[in-house]
Design a protein around this ligand. Structure first.
Ligand SMILES: CSC[C@H]1O[C@@H](n2cnc3c(O)ncnc32)[C@H](O)[C@@H]1O
Ligand SMILES: [Zn+2]
Length: 430
């Protein structure tokens, strides 16, 4: 057994208190062995003047879309996808997806994110990048059936299940999977009826975009005379372990449906604001007992993958939505981005406690914008930025030490991404 000691700093405990403590991780099992006064480890990570926090979990993204950052901005979802994003995604090659994924993974490691959920295509390239980067991920193939004939639609869903079964347990168990129909309006209800029983038989959870814009809610209400989440239940979705992305436009009954059925929601505040999709009723969801996590969505609608930006946005917009400055307070926001996101993703992470995954980040507190230290949870939500992250650890392995990413060559990743992004744009626009 090789151990890693994380010594000399303060630790954020699951009850959001901060104490002077060390952490010992088992690098074989990837678990936290002890917190407090710990025996010496085989290797050491110095965290003097630092705060050890659970690694942030980005519970909904499309990591390879880092390649499309800044490619198309300032449009609403429907036009953005159809006029810009889907046409360029059509010309992406697996090596582009790998390059975009590696770029996104470097950004995640640098900003203290240790786990994420991802919906995209060319999932093999993404899994390979995750394996080498050292993060934890739940991945899936985003199935779209709209505009396809019956045979092609069925093949889309088959691909979703095949990918989920192929990659579950990859990267030494750090990769898990889900079946990921793209959304309630881009996948046909009859196709879901025929296919979801097979997904359930296989024991695979389901992740889907839902209630993101009013433009998605209206056609379901018009055509089926019911709200989207009631429609989702009718088509076999929203079981325990399932989770929806966005949930921006959920009414009270839909919030109850999520709470009663134990399905999770991933709040994506920056994407919701940038695409002007709306403001999710997050405090009402939390009050109703819904498991809520936080996600950045893709870097093309955000435009970064920093979970520190995201949880600050969640706190800010949560107050606006509730008309109440005490809504989505700092512990709630930070809890959503760690334990909440981990619960949604099905990771045993998000808390620094014995037996949990040793997925951690260390924030440097020795800086003017984090002074004085009245309340460190307040700082984590309202003042810390990605650049304050000094070390990142996942599964007991150090992925970044003293701001140097150890698992991927950050300069080479940037160079390849720049070159591949340019070539993809040329192909898309020729
Ligand atoms: C078919 S793989 C996933 C698919 O989702 C697209 N996407 C990116 N952001 C969003 C969003 O906010 N709502 C819906 N779909 C989104 C992405 O471009 C891929 O095509
Ligand atoms: Zn999305």
């Amino acid at each position: 057994m090789t151990t890693l000691e994380i010594v000399g700093g303060r630790v954020l405990r699951p009850d959001m208190t901060v104490e002077r403590a060390d952490v010992l991780a088992d690098q074989g099992t990837g678990e936290i062995l002890a917190v407090g006064d710990v025996p010496a480890g085989d290797t050491s990570l110095d965290v003097t003047d630092g705060l050890v926090i659970p690694g942030l979990v980005n519970a909904h993204t499309h990591v390879a879309m880092a390649l499309l950052r800044g490619y198309a901005d300032d449009k609403p979802l429907h036009a953005w996808l159809r006029e810009d994003i889907w046409p360029i995604e059509d010309v992406l090659e697996p090596e582009d997806v790998r390059a975009g994924a590696e770029l996104g993974l470097v950004e995640m490691i640098r900003s203290g994110t240790t786990g994420f959920c991802d919906m995209y295509f060319d999932v093999g390239a993404i899994v390979d990048a995750v394996d080498r980067a050292g993060l934890r991920a739940r991945v899936g193939y985003g199935s779209v059936t709209v505009g396809k004939d019956e045979k092609a639609a069925r093949e889309e869903l088959e691909a979703g299940l095949r990918v989920a079964q192929e990659y579950d347990g990859a990267a030494d168990g750090r990769v898990s999977t889900a079946f990921m129909p793209h959304s309630l309006t881009t996948v046909d209800g009859r196709e879901l009826d025929a296919f979801v029983p097979r997904v359930r038989e296989a024991g695979v959870p389901i992740h889907i975009h839902a209630n993101e814009t009013t433009g998605e809610v209206k056609p379901i209400v018009d055509e089926h005379d019911e709200r989207p989440l009631a429609y989702a239940v009718e088509h076999g979705l929203l079981e325990e372990r399932d989770f929806i992305a966005h949930g921006t436009h959920c009414d009270e009954r839909e919030i109850d449906i999520l709470a009663e059925r134990g399905a999770g929601v991933v709040h994506c505040p920056a994407s919701n604001m940038k695409l002007a999709s709306g403001i999710a009723p997050v405090q009402a969801m939390v009050d109703a007992g819904v498991t809520v996590g936080i996600g950045t969505d893709g870097a093309a609608s955000n435009n970064d993958l920093s979970m520190f930006d995201e949880l600050r946005d969640a706190a800010m917009v949560g107050k606006l939505a509730a008309g109440d400055a005490s809504a989505v307070d700092a512990p709630t926001a930070f809890g959503m981005a760690t334990a909440g996101s981990a619960a949604v993703a099905g990771f045993d992470s998000g808390r620094i406690a014995e037996g949990k995954n040793a997925d951690l980040a260390v924030v440097d507190l020795d800086t003017p914008h984090l002074t004085p230290h009245h309340d460190l949870v307040s700082h984590l939500v309202y003042a810390v930025t990605a650049a304050d992250v000094r070390h990142t650890v996942c599964d007991g392995r150090v992925l970044m030490r003293d701001r140097e990413v150890l698992t991927l060559d950050a300069d080479a990743v940037r160079e390849t991404a720049e070159r591949r992004a340019r070539a993809a744009v040329e192909r898309a626009e020729s």
